[in-house]
Design a protein around this ligand. Structure first.
Ligand code: NDP
Ligand code: OXD
Length: 310
């Protein structure tokens, strides 16, 4: 029985093979497209499999996402829905996401885009600087990643609020949930961070209505999925001046097409889906552990609730 390793995005597949076989020496890792007979495949470690791909393996027992998100797998209309699915929850990834988000929060907090504009005009002018406590940051999603960002912001003295699906209580963080909670969070947020999973409920959540609910001059950081943002609505809000700036790491179509208007928008910062890349050196251990657990008949770690979508 074998593990299928399939991704067209990550290029360090030799690291995955080495790290997995060090931990599970008898594991037969088949790197796409050298799959061999489809009935050999018991485990599939994948990133963005093509629709219909995973149904080709009749003996598939566990689907392992190479990333924290699983929308790239659940989007497959032909996905065999009864197979357990796991995702990556990794300290290294969490720290990278925390650092990415903090970098851009501090950029907006310290008014760097305005100083950049001043520099272009050779203007020497001091701008008012609110303290961290006076700056209100709102985080959509208070899971592994959103929770870590909230903790770091709290430590730095920011006023932090967060939004989750169910009720939560986190010391020093004002927690909201549900539709009413979203309105309340947005009304008091100057820097909005999206760290939600992409599901039927969260798709398009950053739209004309929700952007309008933010105070004028607010900024957005989206490091979750492109599908959370209605692009035309964001561009309109930036052009009207209601939203001062947006930092976007993720897009509906990746790589972002060369002719996309976001590339040249003066209020947009773009990064190529690098906020928190899965590192096989730290993530392979949990994949190997899940394979060993499955073989022993033990429960899996980092299991996804496929009905909920995350
Ligand atoms: P988690 O599953 O740990 O957390 C998800 C959070 O979102 C939870 O707090 C959950 O609420 C909340 N949530 C889900 N659905 C809703 C909803 N309908 N309304 C309100 N809140 C909701 O995920 P992670 O923190 O590990 O990851 C989040 C996402 O970040 C991933 O799905 C992925 O898309 C993205 N990501 C991006 C990366 C990048 O490099 N750009 C890297 C890694 C991840 P509750 O707590 O109540 O369940
Ligand atoms: C992930 C990602 O979900 O990299 O892990 O986006």
């Amino acid at each position: 029985m074998a593990l299928l390793l399939k991704t067209e995005v990550f290029d360090r597949l030799d690291f995955w093979v080495r790290e997995l076989t060090q931990r599970v020496p008898d594991l037969d890792v088949r790197v796409w497209p050298d799959v061999g007979p489809p009935e050999d495949i018991e485990y599939a470690l994948v990133w963005k499999p093509e629709p219909g791909d995973l149904k080709r393996y009749p003996n598939l027992k566990v689907i392992l996402s190479m990333g924290a998100g699983v929308d790239h797998i659940l989007a497959d209309p032909e996905l065999p829905r009864d197979i357990p699915m796991t995702r990556i929850v990794d300290t290294n990834m969490t720290e990278n996401m925390r650092d990415y988000v903090l970098t851009h929060i501090l950029k907006y907090h310290r008014r760097q885009p305005e100083y950049d504009a001043q520099q272009a005009e050779r203007v020497w002018r001091e701008l008012d600087q609110p303290s961290a406590a006076e700056r209100r940051v709102g985080i959509l999603g208070l899971g592994e990643l959103g929770g870590a960002v909230a903790a770091a912001l709290k430590f730095l003295g920011f006023t932090v609020a967060g939004w989750s699906r169910g009720p939560k209580s986190i010391a020093g963080v004002e927690c909201f949930h549900g539709a009413d909670g979203l309105e309340q969070l947005l009304g008091g947020t100057e820097i909005l961070v999206c760290l939600l999973p992409l599901t039927a409920e969260t798709r398009g959540i950053i739209n004309a209505r929700t952007l309008a609910a933010l105070p004028r001059g607010a900024s957005l950081i989206n490091a979750a999925r492109g599908g959370h943002v209605v692009k035309a609505d964001l561009i309109a809000a930036l052009d009207s001046g209601h939203i001062a700036g947006a930092t976007l790491d993720v897009f509906d179509v990746e790589p972002l097409p060369e002719d996309d208007p976001l590339w040249a928008h003066p209020k947009v910062t773009i990064t190529p889906h690098i906020a928190a890349i899965t590192d096989p050196l730290s993530a392979a251990a949990q994949v190997a552990e899940n394979i060993l657990r499955h073989r022993r008949g033990d429960s899996l770690i980092n299991l996804v609730d496929t009905r909920r979508g995350y």
